[in-house]
Design a protein around this ligand. Structure first.
Ligand SMILES: Nc1ncnc2c1ncn2[C@@H]1O[C@H](COP(=O)(O)OP(=O)(O)OP(=O)(O)O)[C@@H](O)[C@H]1O
Ligand SMILES: [Mg+2]
Length: 262
């Protein structure tokens, strides 16, 4: 099945994205569609342009050419804040957490809550207890029971726990789209399972998710459709029903070519 057969209206569309760094072309005319309530897997070899593609969508990179539409309206994100304000929450491959801050502060980084009344309005005092309470609830919801203390500095967490905090933050704040770039790369089996479950929960809540991963079993387990990126562009869209993992990998590496890129 190609995405071109799809009669649904995408919530997010990217068309013809180009991004060059001097002589290196990260994206050479890349498209992407994300439909409401779906999990879109994105696979591709190292350097295929997966991170660049989602950075353009999440405002971390400004494309040289191409268009992005959110709910049918053109958007021009200049920085990650713009995309977050529009409801697109991203966990980057290189984790954007502030190691010296505690878990609750990391969860509310850039969107700190002030205390109500003059304490907040005039003295700019933060609602620390409220933020801690909500951070604890979110972590509990996620089932990351291995995090013992919400006031623990993130630098004292294990790599996997850090990743889990970043995923929890995205899940808590993404209102339209959640993008996860290699969310399970540093995670153990149990934690990976929790993140995959979280992705399913987000989908059940109607929130579409873009999952970039090198882990084929993970992608085939949760994705509704799989976007295959190769040499800076999308070369195919497959589904776990239409293709086996081996077939998807053959397309990814160029061993097999397909004609359903559109
Ligand atoms: N800031 C940058 N400066 C120069 N080149 C870059 C930059 N960002 C990406 N590139 C180049 O663009 C290409 C695509 O990189 P990108 O990170 O998007 O790949 P990827 O598919 O996410 O790879 P991986 O699977 O290793 O994460 C690579 O050749 C990379 O070196
Ligand atoms: Mg990448």
């Amino acid at each position: 099945m190609s995405s071109g057969d799809d009669q649904r209206v995408p919530i997010l569309t990217a068309r013809g994205l180009v991004k060059r760094f001097g002589r290196v072309a990260a994206l050479v005319g890349s498209d992407l569609e994300l439909y409401p309530g779906e999990v879109l897997g994105v696979i591709g070899d190292n350097g295929a342009g997966k991170s660049s593609l989602i950075k353009c969508i999440s405002g971390a990179m400004v494309p040289d050419e191409g268009e992005i539409e959110l709910e049918g309206r053109p958007v021009h994100f200049k920085r990650p804040h713009d995309a977050r304000a529009a409801g697109i929450e991203t966990v980057y491959q290189t984790l954007a957490v502030a190691p010296a801050l505690d878990i609750a502060s990391n969860m509310f980084l850039g969107r700190e809550r002030r205390r109500s009344g003059p304490l907040g309005n005039l003295l700019r005092m933060l609602d620390k207890s409220g933020m801690r309470r909500d951070a604890r609830l979110t972590i509990q919801d996620l089932g990351i029971g291995t995090v013992q203390d919400i006031t623990q500095a993130v630098e004292t967490l294990s790599g996997g726990q850090r990743q889990a905090v970043a995923v929890a933050r995205a899940a808590a704040f993404g209102s339209k789209v959640v993008i996860l770039d290699e969310p399970t790369a540093a995670l153990g089996v149990k934690e990976s399972g929790l993140v995959l479950q979280l992705i399913r929960d987000l989908r059940a809540r109607g929130l579409p998710v873009i999952l970039i991963s090198h882990n084929m079993p993970h992608v085939f387990e949760v994705a509704d459709r799989i976007h295959i990126q190769r040499l800076g562009r999308r070369v195919a869209v497959v589904t776990p029903q239409s293709h086996t993992m081996a077939e998807a990998v053959a397309i990814m590496t160029g061993a097999v070519t397909v004609d359903n890129a559109a």
